[in-house]
Write a protein that binds this ligand. Structure first.
Ligand SMILES: Cc1ncc(COP(=O)(O)O)c(C=O)c1O
Length: 387
């Protein structure tokens, strides 16, 4: 039943529309599927831009939210809370070993802002090194850390002290880190920037250089975290122990929550940073249920297996429009020889929702619970559109 309102027109009239919109009003989701108001079914390879890794409306998350909403939704940081404490313990248990505490917030950009502030506080140094084509969010600090000039330049003057190095060039990184560098911040697979994979020797060198020169290493796992790349965190592919790690997106099973994970050495005194909503019991209940589900459904292994299956099957037919395929787990980039917009529209016509990553890369972030026949359907449509 529809109420015959023109939802798209209403959003354009009353909302600040900041992304290029697809002609689709999503009203319901289940697993890897999304439905519009007419009941048309889509396979959702955008997954809320990497949020719905557990699929839409996962029963464990739904039930945790329902239960918590009826019990306690908000609880300020001046009080302790049962669910928050359990979620913190669980989060520290699943993240790399040397990360021993978490600052809880509500989004990726907030997690990045906190990491930048904590790095300046801990090192008493002003500067940051990040990667070209990296993306860390839209708030003033996070956008200062983000390379893409079109995101940064209209908002200048930004936070000073940022420099950008090409990914996987050790000599450039070595030249950029000095005694004024508070931190190096990197994604292990650049999501927005084109699904670019970091090389093991590069991240190894980054870890060593930071330790040698007294800078912190911050790994932004906002998009790669929570099983997306075939490990619980992408750090595990490299046996990497960062000084801080930023998390959000899939963490809450769809509910907004973010975290900045800290090693034991990094201390932040009360009053220096804070948040009203961060760590609220509703989001913590969702995150606790989500993390337990990532574990119990062994979704890291599933991402690895399904990612391999996808790449093998996709490669079975010639794809004349494709320049390269880059992938880690179910974080997939298909670089085209041309711009992506028309192909994204063709996919949507065939009921597949996909994302761009830069001008000519199709990015697929399907829910990790996607069923094999649903993935087969995505592959068949890609064969059809990219031949
Ligand atoms: C790697 C990375 N960092 C930070 C962010 C910003 O997160 P949010 O949009 O939740 O502020 C994103 C969002 O796409 C991201 O992919």
């Amino acid at each position: 039943m529809t109420d015959s309102l023109d939802y798209a027109a209403i959003e354009h009239e009353f909302g600040l529309v900041l992304a290029p919109k697809r002609d689709l009003v999503a009203v319901r989701g289940k697993g890897a599927l999304l439905y519009d108001e007419t009941g048309r079914e889509y396979i959702d390879c955008a997954a809320g831009i990497g949020v719905a890794s557990l699929g839409h409306a996962h029963p464990a998350v739904v039930s945790a939210i329902q239960k918590q909403a009826a019990s306690l939704i908000t609880c300020p940081h001046i009080l302790y809370n049962d669910v928050r404490s359990k979620m913190l313990k669980k989060l520290v248990e699943v993240t790399p070993e040397n990360l021993s505490r978490a600052y809880l917030c509500n989004s990726g950009a907030e997690a990045v802002e906190a990491a930048l502030k904590f790095a300046r506080l801990h090192t008493r140094r002003p500067n940051f090194v990040t990667a070209m084509r990296g993306f860390h969010g839209r708030t003033m600090g996070a956008v200062s850390a983000t390379f893409t000039p079109k995101y940064r330049e209209p908002f200048e003057p930004l936070v000073p002290g940022f420099s950008y190095v090409p990914l996987n060039k050790i000599d450039k990184l070595e030249a950029a880190i000095d005694d004024k560098t508070a931190a190096v911040m990197l994604e292990l697979v650049q999501g927005e920037g084109g699904v670019n994979l970091i090389q093991a020797d590069y991240i190894g060198a980054a870890r060593e250089l930071c330790t040698e020169r007294g800078a912190l290493l911050i790994i932004d796992e906002i998009q790669t975290g929570f099983c997306r790349t075939g490990k619980f965190f992408a750090c595990e592919h490299f046996d990497l122990q960062p000084d801080m790690m930023t998390l959000a997106k899939a963490m809450g099973g769809g509910v907004p929550i973010g975290a900045t994970m800290l090693s034991a050495e990094i201390k932040v005194e009360p009053g220096l940073h804070g948040t009203t909503f961060g760590g609220n019991p509703l989001a913590c209940a969702a995150a606790l249920a989500a993390i337990k589900t990532f574990q119990s459904e062994n979704l890291a292994q599933r991402a690895q297996d399904m990612g391999e299956y996808f790449e093998t099957r996709l490669g079975e037919k010639p794809l004349s429009q494709v320049r390269a395929i880059r992938r880690l787990g179910l974080m997939i980039g298909i670089e085209l020889k041309h711009k992506v917009q028309e192909t994204l529209a063709q996919l949507l016509e065939r009921n597949i929702i996909a994302l761009p990553a830069g001008a000519n890369v199709i990015r697929l972030l399907p829910p990790l619970v996607i069923e094999k026949q649903q993935l087969d359907r995505v592959i068949d449509v890609l064969h059809e559109c990219l031949a």
